[in-house]
Design a protein around this ligand. Sequence first.
Ligand code: HEM
Length: 254
Amino acid sequence: MTITTSERGRSPGSEAGGSPAAGDEARTRWWRRPWVGPLCLVVAVFLAMGVPRYLTFDPADSKIPPDPQYPWHYPVLVVHVLCGTVAIVTCCLQVWPALRHRHPAVHRLSGRLYVVAGVLPGGLSGLAVAYASPSGLSMQMSTMTTSVLWIGTAVAGLRMARQGRIADHRRWMVRSFALTMSIVVSRVLGVVYDHTILPPPGASADIPTLIAWGQERAGLASWPGWIVPLLIAEWWLVERAASARHRARKARRG
Ligand code: HEM
């Protein structure tokens, strides 16, 4: 997974490693990369706020009320949260350019963990918890779609890496990165809605009103939560390729 400024000038064919740009990239100090630190900070805050309640393994602590109709709901939700944590932490390691270039063995190990211990079990359990979710049909459809895309993009990225198609591997992993971060984006959107278009009902609201509000909020946060990051990733990939072609044309003319 690569999101670097120094790679913008590289043609896709030059991404097979060992290029001079890789050296430039490794030398660029972390504080010149404004996105790595903030990304890790946002992910750390998200994990600190969302995950600990599932480490007690007590269904009473769950934010999502387990459905008694499905006895597997709570255990699968816990598996999902644990695998999601592995995915989002290893994802941050994967996009850290210095780690990629100075410690390629760590990059490979954490990349395998990302797919095998994070996205695959996290996506499959995501499908199951979406099926049993009390958060409404819109949110269920959205998260089922995300689960399939999440697994598909990561498996495609892993396949490309194994075939040595490094430029394609990076493209798929940029998409996978965007989908992993969708969980954070949708949570942020939920908070924005609370303070703008969808304030929580008052304390006197009855249960059906609260459920209807919760389902509307979950659906409204879920769809743009993954579509917007994926579109940004797609734009970034197109832009980077166009910029590389432009530089190559200029170099030929020069
Ligand atoms: C991007 C692919 C993902 C999909 C499709 C997905 C799907 C889901 C679904 C369907 C639920 C149940 C929500 C409900 O019933 O209302 C859920 C809950 C949850 N997921 Fe994910 N998830 C994904 C990624 C992640 C990641 C990377 C994490 C990182 C830790 C994570 C952490 C959680 C947590 C903590 C919950 C419990 C809900 C809460 O306490 O607010 N998920 N997820």
